[in-house]
Design a protein around this ligand. Structure first.
Ligand SMILES: Cc1cc2nc3c(=O)[nH]c(=O)nc-3n(C[C@H](O)[C@H](O)[C@H](O)COP(=O)(O)OP(=O)(O)OC[C@H]3O[C@@H](n4cnc5c(N)ncnc54)[C@H](O)[C@@H]3O)c2cc1C
Length: 402
């Protein structure tokens, strides 16, 4: 252990942020023999309880695609998540509240065993923590919020709230949508608020979720029901304009239940029970560059997107997979971990895909936010056309799963 006045500098990579992105990168790089420290301002999360009452489910869940699951399996993390704690879904039903357009996706149509798994974030985090705990080159330092950064010849010198200091040839910002790393070195971003908040929570359905994701496009934004491991329970993600959000979020349980069923309409399962809820502001942020001298941003620190397609952490895990692979191949060829060639290769590969996904989400958001009768007609016709064309549906599904 070094004292707070010393700088720990015998590292290859310093990762700021021990979320899903930071811990998966630490695991991937630790396995390649890199020496890693991860710092996080929060205390170490407690091991999730096994209880299954309404209040025991994590309010933040992610729809992990088969590609993300395959990466987590390679890291040895997926195996640490009990199979009876993930909601494996085979079908997805999407419809427009203002018309008759609807589209259904079924894993069978593309001969896939499933479309994805809904997983509580804290289970994914715990599974990754179990991996890093067994990775000899990785140390996670909790309660060490990033305070300041100075660039030196040896890399970025980082000072934490605890007074502890670190310096590594490569620093990775994996510190989420409000990245302090990005802010401290003034990396430019393109960002805008949707002036919306998402209400998330756990609810019980009257007749079960049938391993199906349900998503209705309301004029205020999408409302999704994501099937949990319990056959009756789903996680909701309900995006609402700010004024409407403030009203609905403040409703007592019985009135919220009524408002939720009214918003879902007649084509959705009936919600019969309500658990705790929380709200998150929704914004789209994209760093103009993901890299600087000896520094790289990954996942939400580089790009945070509207949750309407549930792609946030899937894009983040793809960033991690590509960065880890570039750094490992650089090491094999004798390159420095901070070699700009490696960082540029990572940026080039990831920016294109992330921008395409963000543009698609933005187009969706604008199209479904419009009450113009022509836009309503166009999207309903579009839904029905896609639904009737099996090749188009297959194409959409394959894009969403890769
Ligand atoms: C309402 C909502 C619903 C969502 N639904 C989905 C979904 O269905 N599917 C999906 O894929 N994604 C979804 N997302 C997005 C997903 O949650 C994020 O993409 C994902 O959590 C990002 O992971 P991350 O590791 O980059 O960041 P985070 O999970 O935000 O982790 C960042 C870490 O950095 C730490 N940190 C922050 N600041 C500092 C600092 N100064 N010093 C040290 N440490 C710091 C934090 O403590 C935290 O541990 C949703 C998001 C929201 C808001």
């Amino acid at each position: 252990m070094i004292s707070a006045s010393e700088v720990q500098s015998n590292l290859d990579v310093l990762i700021v942020g021990a979320g899903v992105a930071g811990l998966s990168l630490a695991t991937a790089l630790g396995r390649e023999g890199f020496k890693i420290v991860v710092i996080d301002g929060a205390p170490r999360p407690e091991r999730p309880s096994e209880a299954r009452n309404m209040a025991d489910w994590d309010l933040r869940v992610s729809a992990l695609t088969p590609a993300s699951i395959s990466f987590l399996t390679k890291l040895g993390a997926w195996q640490n998540i009990p199979a009876n704690r993930t909601g494996r879904y085979h079908r997805m039903q999407v419809w427009d509240a203002q018309g008759t357009g609807s589209i259904g996706f079924d894993a069978e149509e593309i001969q896939a065993p499933f479309l994805g798994h809904i997983v509580e974030n804290r289970l994914t985090l715990q599974a990754l923590l179990d991996c890093v705990d067994h990775c000899s080159g990785v140390e996670v330092m909790w309660g060490q919020g990033l305070e300041s950064m100075i660039h030196t010849n040896a890399g970025w010198k980082i000072e934490c709230s605890s007074g502890q200091r670190y310096c590594a040839p490569l620093t990775v910002g994996a510190d989420g949508a409000r990245s302090r790393v990005r802010e401290l070195i003034a990396m430019p971003t393109r960002q805008w608020s949707y002036h919306q908040n998402a209400i998330v929570g756990t609810v019980a359905l009257q007749s079960g979720h049938l391993n199906t994701c349900w998503q209705v496009f309301l004029d205020s934004g999408p409302l999704a029901l994501l099937p949990l491991a319990d056959p009756e329970k789903v996680a909701i993600v309900w995006s609402l304009d700010e004024a409407e959000h403030d009203h609905i979020a403040a409703l007592p349980d019985h009135a919220f239940l009524h408002a939720l069923n009214r918003a879902l309409g007649q084509d959705a399962p009936v919600v019969a029970g309500i658990g705790p809820r929380a709200s998150f502001p929704l914004q789209q942020v994209h760093a103009v560059d993901y890299i600087d001298q000896g520094l790289v941003l990954v996942a939400d620190a580089a790009h945070s997107i509207h949750p309407l397609a549930g792609q946030g952490i899937n894009l983040g895990l793809s960033d991690v997979r590509v960065l880890a692979s570039e750094l490992a191949s650089g090491k094999a060829h004798g390159l420095l971990v901070s070699d700009p060639v490696l960082l540029k290769r990572y940026q080039r590969q990831r920016k294109a895909e992330n921008l395409a996904m963000m543009a698609a989400m933005e187009a969706f958001k604008r199209c479904f936010g419009s009450q113009n009768p022509l836009a309503v007609l166009a999207r309903n016709v579009g839904f029905n056309v896609v639904d009737q064309q099996s090749w188009m549906k297959r194409w959409f599904m394959e894009q969403a799963l890769s």
